[in-house]
Design a protein around this ligand. Structure first.
Ligand code: HEM
Length: 460
């Protein structure tokens, strides 16, 4: 399929306007909450395997279907390399995604050590404790809340604790807004004038870089004084790495950049998934009931005050299938970009060197060939052997598979446990639209009315 032949035709498709290409169509499909339409419409019109377009200032080929996904997962550093939009490269000049950077490679190799299931097990109790504190201070006693900003707080709070051991609420609050500005400026048209999302993101990145440098210096001091341990959080882990000569492996600058990248990678996707779980559970009472039953069993098995553990998480099978179905319908990460490092043929089409490539989870997640009635919410799709290989790809695949997926799973499941244990809820805006910029978000942040189980039980 992918071997070299005589130059063949370019992929079918439209390059759109000069420079902006089809960027506006791409962004507006997201803005109206139907990002999959950009991909699926073109697959139908041009080819189910590959089409060309021009977005974010670049000629680009979308490789579609399971074979497109697989090709892009496995050919990194062969026919393709990782590429991020120019906006991201300007915000993160030392990004971990820059594969030519040797030290970045070291950080990448280190991440799985901290983020693998075994290493994360010891944090389940902490995640539960923080989650309970979050519900006690932000949800309980309220009749109406807006979910998205609270989900952001929860996710960011946890990341600050698990990656950096920051516990002071004022400190977390000081970081959260710049962080959101950074996240929203990443996929934007890179015009650097005061007031543009891109400009705000660059300024936020500068502020956060300074903050993290201060945190790193403090942590270094604590480690030296044995007031912190190397395993207490990811930062301590990174700071404690020394080579055979006793020299520190990672520079402080790179650690600051790595932490920022990690917070960013983990923050948006998890926040979006949690918010959308609340949305779907409000819309689908039978799904809510099944999740509630599963979580209630686990809650009943615990002694008062006992925190969740690894075994409890294993019991949350149905809840995880629900989360997976949410990520199928509205993938938190819109897919990833690559760049062709030489001319090659794909599915009989010529892809020229320098062209950007994109795999989009929508090309399979919304394809009836792999997911029957794709628009239907059906968590049972994930039972048994589950979806066919390379069709369900919210976390990517192959060597670049997201190293944070287990972390995401724990944070999402602990949240589901604590929320259904306490409440039912109703959407206050039944027709609230979705917007997809980086990750999908309800346009008004998902305002809901909370109904506490205690109240319902008393009324019964
Ligand atoms: C629902 C939540 C999440 C989703 C949907 C998600 C999705 C993804 C995807 C699609 C990729 C790209 C794979 C590729 O290049 O082909 C990725 C990479 C990455 N993710 Fe996640 N992610 C999530 C949460 C997290 C969390 C919580 C962390 C960290 C704690 C994290 C850290 C990373 C890192 C460091 C990479 C880059 C890996 C590399 O370049 O080798 N992610 N993620």
């Amino acid at each position: 399929l992918f071997h070299k032949q005589n130059p063949s035709s370019m992929p079918p498709g439209k390059m759109g306007w000069p420079i902006i290409g089809e960027t506006l169509e791409f962004l507006s499909a997201g803005r109206t909450g139907r990002p999959e339409k950009f991909v699926i419409d073109r697959m139908i019109k041009y080819s189910p395997e590959c089409f060309k377009t021009s977005i974010l200032g670049q000629p680009m080929a979308f490789l579609c279907g399971p074979s497109g996904n697989k090709f892009l997962f496995y050919n990194v550093n062969k026919s393709v390399k990782v590429w991020w939009p120019n906006s991201l490269q300007k915000i993160f000049p030392n990004s971990l995604q820059n594969d030519s950077n040797e030290t970045a490679k070291k950080v990448k190799r280190l991440l799985p050590q901290f983020l693998k299931p075994k290493a994360l097990q010891r944090y389940i109790g902490i995640i539960d404790a923080i989650s309970q504190r979050h519900f006690a201070s932000k949800w309980e006693g309220k009749e109406e809340i807006i979910v998205f900003p609270l989900a952001k707080e929860y996710t960011f709070w946890l990341a600050c604790r698990l990656l950096l051991s920051i516990e002071d609420p004022d400190h977390v609050t000081r970081l959260v807004d710049p962080f959101h500005l950074l996240a929203s400026g990443i996929i934007s048209i890179p015009t650097d004038f005061p007031g543009t999302p891109f400009n705000k993101a660059i300024r936020a990145a500068k502020f956060l870089r300074n903050e993290f440098t201060t945190i790193i210096t403090k942590k270094k001091h604590e480690l030296a004084m044995q007031m912190a341990t190397p395993t207490q959080d990811l930062l301590s882990h990174m700071l404690s790495l020394v080579d055979e000569n006793g020299e520190h492996v990672l520079s402080e600058e790179l650690i600051a950049e790595a932490i920022m990248g990690l917070l960013l990678a983990g923050y948006d996707g998890v926040t979006s998934t949690i918010t959308l779980i609340i949305k779907y559970l409000a819309e689908l009472p039978h799904i809510y009931d099944a999740v509630y039953r599963e979580q209630l069993e686990i809650a009943k098995s615990k002694a008062p005050g006992e925190l969740l553990n690894c075994k409890d998480i294993q019991e949350m099978k149905y809840s995880w299938n629900v989360a997976c179905e949410v990520m199928r319908l509205l993938p938190p990460s819109p897919g990833v970009f690559r760049e062709a490092t030489n001319d090659f043929l794909y599915a009989g089409f010529t892809i020229p060197k320098g062209w950007k490539l994109h795999w989009s989870a929508h090309s399979t997640h919304w394809n009836p060939q792999y997911f029957s009635d794709p628009e239907k919410f059906n968590p049972t799709r994930f039972e048994g052997t589950g979806p066919a290989p390379y069709t369900y790809v919210p976390f990517g695949g192959g060597p670049g598979l997201c190293p944070g997926r287990e972390y995401a799973r724990l944070v999402i499941l602990v949240f589901m446990h604590n929320v259904v244990k306490r409440f039912r809820w109703e959407k206050l805006l039944p027709d609230e639209q979705m917007i997809v910029h980086l990750s999908p978000t309800p346009a008004k942040g998902l305002p809901i009315r909370l109904i506490s189980h205690e109240v319902t039980e008393k009324e019964d």
